[in-house]
Design a protein around this ligand. Structure first.
Ligand code: NOJ
Length: 559
């Protein structure tokens, strides 16, 4: 593992890395109890290496009553017994590193479970005591009235009455998840000690859950307050003290200008760009590049370079928000463009997996991933999306999107040998997405399959430093459906064009900066006419190209 002194001379490990997000309970079950586990993940590392991802992000693995998919924690420094134990995690880390894969843990700073000993202690302790002060209590439920209720399908208020305490406690998420009181220095220290614990275990990064909500202030939405940023800087300093490069990535479902401050040089290394995700879907729904172009311009103006992490889908609903994340017309465009979203609105977004949302059409699916893998930032691939896996609408909450990975056509999709009633969630047998057809083993044998497409894209990306860390420049396209941009590193220029419409598009592109240079398409491996300022090209419906412009070949560089 790289030491910090080495790391200061070379880029950190996450530069341009592709992150694969998986739900440990639904990925692979090694002990046959019907629930995925850490040993199961370890057994699938050769697959992940073959696929070509650089890091895995595990959603919470801690002891939890699972009222919110494990984001309701009862012990921050242990492993949920269903998943294994700390020794299993150490094995996973060692094995992952030997496969060239880093491991990122989900760290939930904002809240605990009501069953956490800190909360139980707090509610029984006297009012005003240091134990009570670990959480945010009030005698009435009137405070912070401007803070929106986030889980609005499940909760009507951010306050819950506690009979034992005789007070209300604050919960920005479910009532089972009381907010920690970061105004209390002891809380800050306790959570920094949790960070130290996992650093000592050798983990490679943290995905910091719900970071905007750590502190509260009357008269605000209680999001991204200066005190929150000050604490995150302390956390960064704590991580810096460790002798390795450890990635800190923010989950802040905020508009770009509110997410950007998390990326101050002394704060976090990366942040998800959920506004860009929403605009990707809006552009696709609209068949126009405009929304995406505007959002990219804005995001790069706020934080130039590759520090935005880009998900298409994840374990939550596809967040569009209440008009705060993106404008109402963007939300309406998405809803109008995807009839498959109808009836699937949950909280503030669309509760569907990618493939069914796209009605099983592989063309927009590969287009979206083609953009994901070539835009500046850290692409995040959600487990199963490399297969075009389906979902199970009607399951509780967001479980719709969290069903077992389809490995083979055997019973339970090869996920588990347990009898059906013991399975954590039902494997997909919906028409068009049945695990007997849509699974890893079958798709690996079909050269034209989605999984082999991802494997080829990720392998190509590895050979293209311009995509990992190259500068980003939007280029002129004369067709409203076509987005065009260049990625340039010391050794190469890559030009990308993508047609967001369901019809073909002929257009001129301005490649004047490279006039007369050779142009070769990377994925098809074919030669195009030399570049010019009015370079004519045809893109089929949802088509896209990655062109290498100039004489340079695919090579490593560290610019
Ligand atoms: C964001 C997580 O992605 C989501 O799954 C969870 O419910 C909330 N944070 C609360 O922890």
């Amino acid at each position: 593992m790289a030491t910090k002194s080495m790391a200061t001379q070379s880029p950190p490990w996450w530069e341009g890395c592709v992150i694969y997000q998986l739900m440990p309970r639904s990925f692979a079950d090694a002990d046959g109890d019907g629930i995925g586990d850490l040993a199961g993940i370890t057994s699938k590392l050769p697959y992940l290496e073959w696929l070509g991802v650089d890091a895995i992000w595990l959603t919470p693995i801690y002891p939890s009553p699972l009222k919110d998919g494990g984001y309701d924690i009862t012990d921050f420094t242990a492993i949920h017994p269903d998943l294994g134990d700390l020794d299993d995690l150490v094995v996973l880390l060692e094995q992952a590193h030997s496969h060239g894969i880093r491991v990122i843990l989900d760290l939930v700073l904002n809240h605990t479970s009501v069953l956490h000993p800190w909360f139980q202690r707090a509610r029984w302790a006297g009012k005003g005591s240091s134990e009570r002060d670990f959480y945010v209590w009030r005698d009435d439920d009137h405070s912070y009235a401007e803070a929106p209720v986030l889980f609005c399908h499940f909760e009507q208020s951010n306050w819950e009455w506690d009979e034992v305490a005789g007070q209300y406690y604050l919960h920005r998420f479910l009532r089972h998840q009381p907010d920690l009181n970061y105004d209390n220095p002891a809380v800050q220290e306790a959570m920094l000690a949790v960070v130290d614990f996992w650093l000592a275990k050798g983990i490679d990064g943290f995905r910091l859950d719900a970071v905007p909500f750590l502190f509260e202030q009357e008269g605000t939405r209680c999001e991204g307050l200066p005190q929150t940023h000050a604490f995150l800087k302390r956390l960064r300093a704590r991580v810096e003290a460790c002798d390795r490069d450890v990635l800190l990535i923010a989950e802040a479902i905020q508009p770009v200008h509110e997410s950007a401050p998390y990326l101050a040089d002394d704060e976090l290394h990366a942040a998800f760009n959920f506004a860009l995700t929403a605009n990707l879907f809006a552009s696709l729904a609209h068949g126009q590049a405009k929304e995406l172009r505007n959002c990219l311009t804005h995001a790069q103006a706020m934080v130039p370079g590759c520090r935005w992490a880009l998900p298409l889908r994840n374990h939550d609903e596809l967040w569009l928000g209440d008009g705060h994340l993106v404008a109402d017309d963007v939300i309406q465009t998405v809803l109008a463009g995807f009839p498959t979203a109808q009836g699937h609105w949950l909280n503030w977004g669309i509760n569907r997996r990618l493939a069914p949302l796209l009605n099983g059409d592989p063309r927009p699916n590969t287009l979206l991933h083609g953009l994901l893998y070539s835009l500046p930032g850290l692409p995040c691939l959600y487990y199963g999306d490399e297969l075009g896996m389906g979902d199970w609408p009607g399951l509780r909450d967001r479980d719709t999107n969290r069903t077992p990975m389809a490995w083979t056509g055997e019973r339970n999709g090869g996920f588990s040998t347990a009898p059906d009633p013991l399975l954590v969630l039902p494997p997909i047998t919906a028409p068009g997405y049945d695990y007997r057809v849509v699974n890893v083993a079958v798709q690996q044998q079909l050269s034209g399959s989605l999984i082999n497409w991802h494997h080829r894209m990720l392998t190509s990306r590895r050979l293209l430093p311009a995509l990992r860390h190259g500068a980003f420049q939007l280029l002129e396209s004369h067709h409203p459906s076509v987005l065009c941009y260049a990625r340039t590193s010391a050794s190469m220029t890559l030009v990308v064009a993508a047609n967001l419409a369901a019809t073909g598009a002929s257009t001129h592109l301005d490649l004047g900066d490279w006039s007369g240079s050779r142009v070769r398409e990377v994925l098809a491996g074919c030669e195009f006419p030399p570049a010019s300022d009015a370079w004519f090209v045809y893109l089929p419906a949802y088509g896209f190209f990655w062109w290498l412009v100039g004489e340079e070949g695919c090579a490593e560089d560290n610019s």
